[in-house]
Design a protein around this ligand. Structure first.
Ligand code: IPE
Ligand code: IPE
Ligand code: MG
Length: 227
């Protein structure tokens, strides 16, 4: 029997489909990304009502540098604008910001801005983890190297050195836009996560879509290899 009371503690989302959202409307891609940020803002505003302790969002992958320079610049500028405009709201809503990925490798002003935002939100109770310049294989390699430095390499010592080490185990992974792949996101953490793939393009994703996914999650039976 499915446990319908099952509450997802840690939910991650691959926010995909901004480009197609814009293309369908004959709008510039940048506008799709802008609407994507608005979808994030709405979701974060409603985070407390979902009961989720940690929401992890894939914002920029280590492979997204392959995109045209203009699009990368648009994405970085949106990041700057978003953190600047929404930081007071994070603080007011008790949201604790966390960044995963090789974010120290981003532009100097972004690193400084993020360090400031991390410090100012450190007292928050619900975590918004943003994956920036993130690649899961790179994260695992970094963690394995650190584990090896300490002696034994085991699943536990690797997990303890992942960027997500202080987060609850991943319960649910959602990808929007109809693509059914992980694109180098949370490969290790997804070992026993439930997965939901929806056709909705990211800018159209609402708190209601998230609630539908949480309801579906609650109906799933997790076995972890047991019976
Ligand atoms: C997701 O939307 C945003 C990022 C990857 C930064 P895309 O830009 O990948 O949109 P599609 O997949 O081309 O529609
Ligand atoms: C994954 O989407 C990365 C983010 C959502 C930030 P992509 O659009 O980059 O993934 P692929 O290229 O379709 O696999
Ligand atoms: Mg995409």
């Amino acid at each position: 029997m499915a446990d319908t009371s099952a509450q997802a503690r840690h939910v991650a989302i691959i926010m995909d489909g901004n480009g197609r959202w814009a293309k369908r409307r004959h709008l510039p891609r940048a506008l799709g990304h802008q609407r994507g940020v608005e979808a994030v803002r709405t979701l974060v505003r409603g985070l407390a009502e979902t009961g989720i302790e940690c929401l992890t969002l894939y914002a920029f992958s280590s492979e997204n540098w392959k995109r045209p320079g203009e699009e990368v610049d648009d994405l970085m500028n949106l990041m700057r604008k978003f953190v600047k405009s929404d930081l007071p709201e994070f603080i007011a809503n008790d949201v604790k910001l966390k960044i995963i990925g090789d974010w120290q490798g981003l532009a100097h002003d972004i690193v400084e801005m993020l360090e400031d935002a991390l410090a100012k939100t450190s007292g928050g109770t619900r975590t918004l983890a943003v994956a920036l310049n993130y690649g899961s294989q790179q994260e695992i390699a970094r963690a394995a190297a650190k584990a090896a430095g300490g002696g034994e390499i085991t699943p536990e010592t690797i997990a303890a050195h992942l960027d997500t080490a202080d987060l609850p185990p991943l319960d649910l992974l959602i990808r929007t836009s109809g693509e059914v792949r992980l694109s180098n996101f949370l490969l290790w953490q997804a070992a026993y996560a439930e997965m939901i793939f929806v056709d909705t393009l990211w800018p159209d994703f609402t708190p209601e879509h998230l609630q539908e996914a949480l309801d579906e999650f609650a109906r799933r039976e997790r076995r972890y290899g047991g019976r």
